[in-house]
Design a protein around this ligand. Structure first.
Ligand code: KG4
Ligand code: ZN
Length: 350
């Protein structure tokens, strides 16, 4: 079966084609195109929904066309269309959903509505080039850690997701983006903070690890952002005339705040993995592209002798893309009449 995936929940316009057979554990990625309006938002330090949706309109058809042309397939070779219906920005979502509905009607293809958050998890089910990793085994714990979400879920099997907890305020990626803005680092802060942090000391500033010991799987990152804000002000006031923000200070602020976020994510995810006695741990979402986060998960799992395999997608499939949507559509195949498919910006884990 070949599925065309369409993703337009935020500032990325994505289309991808995956291929899989009924009992496959992973799908093969045949074609994948992502066009981003990120550079337009970098100037303003955050996504402007109106600009994002206008760009979606511009790129959706060329991106789909190129995705199909790239793998030299014909429309007859496609078996279904999977599309992100939410959560996300309403204007952006509508572009993908209406395009998918129209194509499903005109091409006479089944259409599968996909939850973007579930999609992130399914990036793990896309085969890597020269994939030698073991198969993902259920039950599993999935951590979705992106710009808009930080959620922990338990999956007994495909189509069976239990939400365990999520952020009460800012998502981890959002906190990194806001800390980036405080430090005049370009948007989105996450990848830039990762780069600065490489030269920094994660122990120089002892930032809070919010809710790290709470007896649940919820998160909170807005207090961390406030703590960084206070520290930045303190540094500015203590050395107003001198170079308060040396490259070293920026690097240490980045390394220390990144470390605080990683500590919380690792602790809560591993607590959940132990509690639910799972057979795999899956990281996903934009923040899962962070090498330090991946390393520290691996290290902690090893040190604690947990013997639970850790999975994370290729970096390009951590941030928003359509391959993950097509993959989710494959493993959760449940087509709907195209008339009933509609965008739902508030969609969450059921
Ligand atoms: O999954 P995604 O593309 O969009 C949402 O669904 O939100 O995630 C974007 C988020 C941004 O907050 C960005 O700063 C963060 O992922 N991010 C990273 C890295 N790459 C992207 N955070 C930390 N380290 C990275 N390398
Ligand atoms: Zn996303």
């Amino acid at each position: 079966m070949r599925i065309l995936g369409i993703e337009t929940s935020c500032d990325e316009t994505g289309a991808a084609i995956i291929e899989g057979k009924p009992r496959d554990h992973k799908v093969k990625l045949i074609s994948n195109i992502t066009s981003s309006s990120l550079s337009l938002h970098s100037k303003t330090g955050g996504i402007i929904p109106e600009i994002a949706s206008r760009e979606q309109i511009k790129y959706i058809i060329p991106v789909i066309k190129k995705t199909i042309e790239n793998c030299k397939l014909k429309i007859e070779d496609l078996d279904a269309i999977a599309v992100t219906i939410g959560p996300g920005l309403i204007g952006s979502l509508l572009v993908g959903v209406e395009t998918a509905r129209t194509l499903a009607y005109v091409w006479r293809k089944p259409i599968i509505p996909v939850n973007h958050l579930v999609g992130h998890i399914y990036a793990n089910f896309v085969s890597k080039i020269q994939d030698s990793s073991a198969d993902i085994k259920f039950p599993l714990i999935g951590l979705v850690v992106s710009g808009g979400h930080t959620d922990l879920v338990y999956m007994e099997k495909h189509k069976r997701i239990l939400w365990l907890g999520g952020t009460l305020d800012d998502a981890a990626g959002e906190a990194l983006d806001k800390i980036g803005r405080l430090l005049s680092i370009p948007y989105p802060g996450g990848p830039h903070i990762e780069e600065h942090a490489k030269n920094g000391n994660p122990n120089r500033f002892n930032f809070p690890r919010p809710m790290i010991g709470s007896p649940n799987f919820d998160f909170s990152f807005s207090g961390l952002k406030t703590a960084v804000f206070r520290k930045v002000k303190e540094i500015q006031q203590s050395a107003p005339s001198r170079e308060g923000f040396s490259a070293k200070t920026i690097a240490d602020l980045c390394a220390s705040s990144q470390q605080a976020i990683i500590d919380v994510l690792v602790k809560k995810t591993l607590d959940a993995a132990r509690k639910y006695r799972v057979k795999s741990i899956l990281l996903s979402g934009g923040v899962a592209a962070n090498s330090k986060l991946r390393e520290q998960f691996e290290l902690k799992i090893k040190n604690e002798k947990l013997k639970i395999p850790l999975f994370f997608p290729e970096k390009r499939l951590c941030t928003d893309n359509a391959a993950m949507i097509a993959s989710a559509g494959f493993f959760n195949y449940a087509p709907l009449d195209w008339r009933k498919v509609c965008a739902d910006p508030e969609l969450y884990f059921a």
